[in-house]
Design a protein around this ligand. Sequence first.
Ligand code: C2E
Ligand code: CA
Ligand code: CA
Length: 536
Amino acid sequence: MAKFASIFISPHHLRLLGIAVWAICFVACVSALVVFGHHRLEKAIESDLLAGLEPFQRLSGHVDSTFAAMRDELTAEPCGAEYFDQLRKVAYLPDGLNKFYHAPGGIIQCAVNERVFAPGLDLGPPDMVAGHTPTSLWIDRDLGFAGLPGETGTIALRDPFALVIPPQAVALKLPDWASVEGVLVAPDGRWWRRGGDAGVHQRALIAREAGGWLPLVGAGRYWTRCDLAGFYCVTLEAGLGALLKEKAGFLAIAVLLGGLLANAARRAVLRAVRHYWTFEARFRRHLDLDSIVCAYQPLLDLRTGEIVGCEVLARWRDLDDRIVFPDRFIPVVERSGLTRRLTRLVVRRAFRDLAPSVPDGRRMQVNFNIFPRDLDAALLIDIFDPFIKARDRFDVVLEIVETDALASHCAQVAIDSLRKAGVKVYIDDFGTGYSNLQTLADLTVDGVKLDRCFAMAPIDSLMCAMLTHAVDMVRSAGRVIVVEGVESAERLARLMADSRRIDFAQGYHISRPLDREAFLAFTLGHAAAAPASKAA
Ligand code: C2E
Ligand code: CA
Ligand code: CA
């Protein structure tokens, strides 16, 4: 999950995602356009093939109808005067066929020009026999025997009649990249060229045999169409090089359009992904007990030198498993009205972490940060119920940053109710923001946490001098004092020296915020000096 989420979170992965989306869309768009172009090309080729096949089909029709006419009209005794009269009538039909023979069993007895062959002229075995009404063909024979010296033709026999099929041509207007050839195909696969560009049919056969390696074989693509009887076939060859050259314009437009569409798709996808995976969106979607992590920053009792508890600091585990600090998610929590939800989750997580490990007879102070807007006693008592019920082991302190909300009468009522329920209330970050002496004097709180800017200031600075005055003021109001932001041994030593007036200290020098295990080890085994610890 973390790896998957990081695709949408990390800018680097998002860039890669954008490239992938672009590439997929580009390929899809260009493919769609090429498929569209190819479809149109195939339609054009189909109509070219039909046009190329048309003369052959017409011829087949004429041959069929002529044989039918011979069968019906030639009723006289074969090779007699009346027979020749009948034969001439058939020859006059305007179908381009006019050389007829009486040739029972393939032996020519007489021809339409009244020539009688005695003995009969044996045509020998035919080159092919095919068709519903079996037709024997002697292909491209020299017709000298029939008194037509120098002429060739194909003799067709439907016993006892024979006729000569004149040579045919394929006449098509084709683009530069296409060539076409018409062939006569025998049922056993032998074939004879009937017209068009020589070699096309042969190359188509080789390419078909080569299967997937077709482009390597002839750099061409082939389409074949045959008439219904399967006699005549026309094959169209598209030379890939010439075809691509002619379609270069279309391909360039396809690539350009593909690029533009892919770019638009990439932007739309990234916009949607970014919108769905913004930090704010994923934080709101995944704010739950599993994603909330607590860090515990030890609290040092300056008088005894012991760790008496901790401040609970929330972290959020992002979907890519990275830990996010409050400066990033607290504004989202406040904007989205999730303050109570966050506090509840932090309390539940902290209770799960600490309750099983704090032994009976040992007390631990647990400080929580509370949003001023949630200062509602009933609500907070409900949220902190687990700790309140375990009051024999835990002292709960609520740290509230001072705002206008604190300076109201309602705030004091809430604070009083909380204290009655056993929950202490501290003013947090005293000395910054809205803090003022009036509030300090008016509010009955248990303690005050001096903002870390005091302790972090250089020893001889004005801010540092103000720390002493701030301590004096808070002390005179009778509140517990916590100084946070203790980053050096020198500062800690000074605070310890002033431990009659200052109660607790917190800061990196004592310990950074720790994860559960490190905190428990640090607290339960704490000695005078802070050991190396695992920050969280
Ligand atoms: P805070 O309440 O002032 O918490 C103390 C912050 O000071 C923590 O930062 C802590 O890591 C940091 N800090 C502690 N010791 C030192 C030190 O010696 N030097 C310096 N420079 N910093 C130190 P963190 O954890 O980033 O928390 C920031 C703020 O986020 C907190 O400030 C608090 O206002 C808020 N926050 C954290 N967790 C919660 C929570 O569960 N609820 C609410 N409402 N606010 C929270
Ligand atoms: Ca705090
Ligand atoms: Ca603070």
